[in-house]
Design a protein around this ligand. Structure first.
Ligand code: SME
Length: 160
């Protein structure tokens, strides 16, 4: 509880630094990727009070909904579609300050205003195996600080 209070009162950089350490020790003690995705979603979501935080996993030419926190979301996203499918295709993190300005954005919820999607890339073959998707109810929530830390967090996941 003391740790949670500390997380809640710090700045974004400090919150991520502490969160990263917590996730690192969690992942070190558990090799199951789904379990880790579930806890990582919960920890990020609670720390920052985002609207939706979760993973989609690559299956063939589709992303399939994985562990998440927040309201119901679409189950499948095709390669190259929406912010998630585009981050997969381009193999890079996408920050969308205003989802209405992103052509092809998939609106799982009308409350979502901005979004960041971070791909999980398999170091062995360079393939994207999953994406972390976070939605905010506010415009321009995500910046380079989020990108840096979320890429570090996602890289802690070994396999899907
Ligand atoms: N907005 C995403 C779809 C997933 S939901 O936001 C959870 C997209 O455009 O890919």
């Amino acid at each position: 509880m003391a740790e949670h209070l500390e997380i809640s009162s710090g700045g974004k950089e400090q919150k991520y630094a502490l969160l990263y350490k917590q996730i690192q020790s969690l992942v070190e003690g558990e090799e199951d990727c789904i379990a880790n995705m579930a806890n990582i979603s919960a920890m990020i979501h609670e720390t920052f009070d985002f609207w939706w935080t979760g993973f989609y996993r690559v299956s063939g030419d589709t992303l399939i909904l994985g562990p998440f926190q927040g309201p119901l979301a679409c189950s499948r996203i095709a390669y190259g579609k929406g912010v998630c499918g585009t981050a997969w295709k381009e193999q890079r993190t996408l920050i969308v300050p205003d989802v209405e300005q992103f052509s092809g954005h998939i609106a799982c919820s009308s409350a979502s205003r901005s979004e960041i999607v971070v791909p999980l890339i398999d170091r062995a073959n360079g393939n994207v195996t999953a994406v972390l998707d976070i939605d905010s109810e506010h415009l321009a929530t995500f910046d380079d600080c989020d990108r840096r830390w979320l890429e570090k967090i996602v890289s802690l996941l070994r396999t899907v």
